[in-house]
Design a binder for this molecule. Structure first.
Ligand SMILES: Nc1ncnc2c1ncn2[C@@H]1O[C@H](COP(=O)(O)OP(=O)(O)OP(=O)(O)O)[C@@H](O)[C@H]1O
Length: 704
């Protein structure tokens, strides 16, 4: 079954009554329910885009109706041993919290209290119908991901550590939060008490857009344990209220909010990247890039997933709405193999020694968990059936011709696009075949270094533009030389670094990742998403003329007003403050000016001026005067991208050298200057190269 994606359009708020409504539900034919969301093309208002979903709920939809249609049917499956995940996605202020949590009045209660009510009711019925043979135990854990750190909401805020709780991958493929508390819940009253208390712990702060904006992703896990004659069946319902993405210019966020916002936007951005990667059938899904995506493991959790896309109907959300519609309509194409949890024989704790309602620390379980040990069974079953163990795949309807990409001026209907990508294992098999078919070319490594470099760059470009699926064809395209194993290894190493853990902690890579994603969106023709990604990259590279140029171009293409300088500088100053204060280790960037002398805007160059005034060596070789031999030598070493040579520079350790090389390789993809550094100013403008770094390297050069 694919991830079920439904859209809910919220009503106008009191302050919006005079606003222009641009989002409307529609249906395929008059007798069917709404399944389509229509929204004008921002470039041509006379046309409308249509996005198809599994269900669309209009402004009049009550909390009860939504629950009855979308959640209640899965309660039975939950008790049959399937895991159920329900999550709300959408821009800030679109009604996610309202949908998931709702209000205090009975009619206003959202999905979560209704879900719990259903669980308790059904649990009691099962116990009664079995004459007490079956016991049903409900335990809760509730946590939030705030600035990419996990905090237990069932614990008071004073108990939080700076780094939050760690995540751990279990043998069954699930990601769990280590050291999370669990509390047993006897009935709805128990739950409500806990839930209200925990929500008070949740980090909320007012923004201009929404006075009760939630600044964290909140994840409630309801664990159901059914025991009959010592046999235990466990299943979990997860209800997730994601924080909303937001545009910092629109929300007028302060500095602290900017840091939060960067973390929220990043995780949601990674989520959209994961959705894209899964639907394309990529081998590597970037789950690990954010804690939220690791936990959500969209398409990997083996149960039932419902994504509720919340939408605001008004024009001020136009581009944001389009962007969420794009992401969610792609999510619909993720297919999840439903696998029910196995009944496990287990010595259930005797009632006199077992935990009662109260705090129970979830033990650090051994990797081979006694419960829900799917992996072995799954693997065995999969082997039997000759099926991949992986629980997701993408619809691939190769017989159908591909639907052309939406172009401006065309009304599109985003029904699932036939994908040309392969399922993961097919892909792997194909890539193995491709390697096997390679030996003949492997032997003749007669390329020059420049040719190899060009090949690497071309290949990296393909990889990073996520075209690898196409490249996985067993036969190389006619006329295209295959690449050697050595080059292949180099590419893979680079890709690993980009995808890898080292980069995740490094904010420079976050910025680069945004640039890469922007480029991918641009290639797909999704200008709105590209603009968003470029704008997300801006705080990492403030004042970069090229980046600002791209943003300005896209904004004008999308018919948006030019970038507001004041808000830009707010983003920049907020970013810089966050960096210098070191408030958030997750997004720290190294020291130094980020702008080149030519590119920086005057008001952002305070730090730059300070560091520049200390520099006594050759200031710049960017003007017409020829560079000194020392400058030339330094640039030559840098542009060689030779790790050995670069590490020979004073102040360049392994990490800094590798970062520089990676940056240059990635910059090659972005820029039209071939990623070459032409001046000291340009070099100083690279992330991590500021401060005294370049001065020391320059002074440390010994000239023959
Ligand atoms: N279906 C609805 N019916 C009535 N009011 C709604 C509905 N959906 C949202 N609202 C109202 O809209 C406002 C914003 O909703 P909410 O706080 O749920 O947004 P959100 O998407 O969770 O925002 P954030 O991401 O900032 O947390 C609230 O005042 C809420 O009561």
């Amino acid at each position: 079954m694919s991830v079920r994606v439904v859209a809910r359009i919220r009503p106008l708020l009191e302050k919006e009554l005079d606003k222009d409504v641009i989002v409307r539900p529609d249906r395929v034919d008059p007798s069917s329910p709404d399944t389509i969301v229509k929204i004008p093309n921002p470039k041509n208002e006379t046309e409308e885009f249509s996005f198809a979903f599994n269900g669309v709920y209009d402004q009049e939809t009550t909390q009860e109706a939504l629950f009855t249609r979308e959640v209640q049917p899965h309660l039975k499956s939950l008790f049959q041993g399937y895991d159920v995940t329900i999550f709300a996605y959408g821009v800030t202020g679109t009604g996610k919290t309202h949908t998931m949590r709702g209000g205090m009045k009975l009619a206003d209660r959202g999905v979560i209290p209704r879900l719990l009510s259903g669980v308790f009711r059904r649990g009691k019925k099962i116990a009664k119908d079995s004459d007490g043979q079956t016991t049903v135990r409900v335990t809760l854990s509730y946590y939030e991901i705030y600035n990419d750190k996990v905090f237990d909401l069932l614990e008071p805020p004073e108990k939080r550590t700076l780094s939050g709780l760690p995540l751990r991958a279990e043998a069954n493929g699930r990601t769990v939060v280590a050291g999370l508390s669990e509390r047993a819940c006897e009935d709805l009253r128990d739950f409500e008490k806990l839930y209200i208390e925990a929500n008070n712990n949740r980090v909320t702060a007012a923004t201009k857009l929404n006075a009760h904006s939630s600044r964290s992703h909140a994840i409630l896990r309801v664990k159901l344990t059914q025991t009959t004659d010592g046999n235990v069946l466990e299943s979990t319902a997860s209800a997730i209220d994601l924080a909303g993405s937001e545009d910092n210019r629109r929300t007028d966020n302060g500095k602290e909010r900017l840091v939060e916002s960067a973390a929220i936007n990043k995780s949601l951005f990674v989520l959209s990247q994961c959705i894209d990667a899964i639907t394309r059938g990529d081998k590597r899904i970037p789950y690990r890039e954010s804690k939220m995506t690791r936990i959500l493991s969209l398409g990997q959790n083996k149960g039932i997933t419902v994504m509720i896309l919340n939408l605001a109907p008004i024009r001020s959300y136009h581009l944001d709405t389009l962007s969420s519609l794009n992401v969610s309509s792609r999510a619909k194409r993720i297919e999840v193999r439903e696998i029910e949890n196995e009944v496990v024989f287990k010595q259930f704790p005797k009632s006199n020694t077992g935990p009662v309602a109260g705090v129970v620390r979830q033990p650090l379980r051994p990797l081979a968990n006694a419960h829900n040990v799917h992996n072995g069974n799954m693997a065995a079953k999969a082997a039997e059936a000759n099926k991949p163990v992986k629980a997701f795949s993408v619809y691939t309807d190769k017989a159908k011709p591909s639907i052309p990409r939406p172009t401006p001026g065309t009304s599109i209907s985003l029904v699932p696009r036939p994908s040309t990508s392969k399922r993961p294992l097919e892909y792997e098999a194909a890539s193995r075949q491709a390697k096997a078919a390679r030996p003949a070319t492997e032997e003749k490594i007669t390329m020059s270094a420049a040719e190899i470099e060009a090949m690497v760059e071309k290949k990296v470009s393909e990889m990073l533009a996520k075209r690898t699926a196409a490249a996985a064809s067993p036969q190389p395209a006619p006329g295209q030389p295959d690449i050697s194993e050595a080059v292949q290894k180099r590419l893979e190493a680079l890709e690993r670094r980009i995808e890898g853990e080292d980069w995740r902690e490094d904010s420079k890579s976050d910025g680069l990742r945004c640039l890469l994603a922007a480029r991918q969106h641009k290639e797909r023709g999704d200008d709105a998403a590209a603009l968003r990604a470029y704008e997300m990259a801006l705080p990492y590279f403030p004042g970069q003329a090229k980046l600002l140029g791209k943003i300005a171009k896209l904004r004008s293409r999308l018919g948006l007003p030019a970038e507001d300088e004041a808000s830009q500088s707010l983003v920049k100053s907020g970013r810089r403050r966050a960096l210098t204060d070191g408030e958030d280790e997750g997004i720290q960037i190294e020291d130094g000016p980020f702008s080149t002398a030519e590119e920086a805007e005057p008001k952002t160059s305070k730090v730059k001026k300070l560091s520049k005034s200390k520099i006594t060596f050759e200031q710049s070789s960017s003007d017409d005067t020829p560079a000194s031999p020392r400058t030339s030598r330094l640039l030559e070493v840098v542009n060689s991208r030779d790790l050995g040579l670069i590490r020979g520079l004073v102040g360049f350790g392994a990490k800094r050298a590798q970062d520089l090389v990676d940056y240059l390789e990635l910059a090659t993809l972005e820029g039209d200057d071939g990623g070459r550094i032409a001046s000291l100013d340009q070099l100083r403008a690279l992330p991590g190269m500021g401060g005294r770094t370049i001065e020391r390297a320059y002074e440390g050069l010994t000239m023959a």
